[in-house]
Design a protein around this ligand. Structure first.
Ligand code: ZN
Ligand code: FE
Length: 256
């Protein structure tokens, strides 16, 4: 199997677009279609023909480009069965464990509800890549708009169980702001302190902090660290259920 080529580009106000290209078969998948014009421009720049849109969830900033991009490219739109009614142009409805062939590689569907009730992530197990939409961010996680803390925690645990070196692509980037919040709940985490410094540098150089990795998030992302004694102590929640501690961390971030 040939090495996949990945192209990540900023789109809309704070979204990231991702193109995954298999040079062997000439297949290309876009993770979501935030903006038609910017997605088509990115494809043109790379000289890649779009075969699939892999939709993570129904929000407008992830699906606004669907109709036009499908008309212009004839691509197949894949998306979560549980949100099919609100995903424009959906052709293939997917559930937990389903596989989608992208040229010579395979994307596996992981249901990660919480941000929305049907949100899915796409794992490329052979390539060590996972695209998580608005479930997990660099040093952050999605807001609980259509799910509760227990549901989201279950979703995050599925991502935490992936191989540590897995490259993580997200729908947005808020790393600098996220590290500021994270330091309020785990100020003594040395790796987090280092990431906060690095995030400032990246912003100055106008470079994205994405992709990140499962290992880095496990070490620094407060939403994956409810087991951290320091976080438990800060929150006054020693020994409580991990999903409850996660939920309280998420509430504090909402008010931050
Ligand atoms: Zn969203
Ligand atoms: Fe979003």
């Amino acid at each position: 199997m040939a090495q996949l080529e990945i192209h990540q580009f900023p789109t809309r106000s704070d979204n990231y677009g991702v193109l995954i290209h298999d040079p062997e078969r000439g297949a290309t998948a876009a993770i979501d279609a935030p903006d038609a014009e910017e997605l088509l421009a990115a494809l043109h720049e790379k000289g890649w023909a779009l075969t699939h849109i892999l939709t993570t969830h129904h929000h407008h900033d992830h699906t606004a480009g669907n109709t036009i991009v499908k008309r212009m490219t004839g691509c197949t739109i894949v998306g979560p069965a549980r949100e099919a009614d609100s995903i424009p142009g959906i052709d293939v409805e997917v559930k937990e464990g389903d596989s989608v062939e992208i040229g010579s590689t395979t994307a596996r569907v992981i249901e990660t509800p919480g941000h929305t009730r049907g949100h899915v992530s796409y794992l490329f197990p052979e390539d060590g890549i996972v695209c998580v939409g608005d479930t997990l961010f660099s040093v952050g996680c999605g807001k609980l708009l259509e799910g509760d803390a227990k549901t989201m925690w279950r979703s995050l645990q599925k991502l935490m169980a992936l191989p540590a070196e897995t490259q993580l692509y997200c729908g947005h980037e808020y790393t600098r702001a996220n590290t500021k919040f994270a330091l309020t709940v785990e100020p003594d985490n040395a790796e987090l302190q280092a990431r906060a410094v690095e995030a400032e540098e990246l912003v100055k150089r106008r470079e994205p902090a994405l992709p990140t990795t499962i290992a880095r998030e496990l070490a620094t992302n407060p939403f994956l660290r409810p087991a951290s004694p320091e976080i438990q102590k800060r929150l006054g929640m020693e020994g409580r259920e991990l999903w409850e501690i996660f939920g309280e961390t998420r509430r504090r971030k909402d008010r931050f």
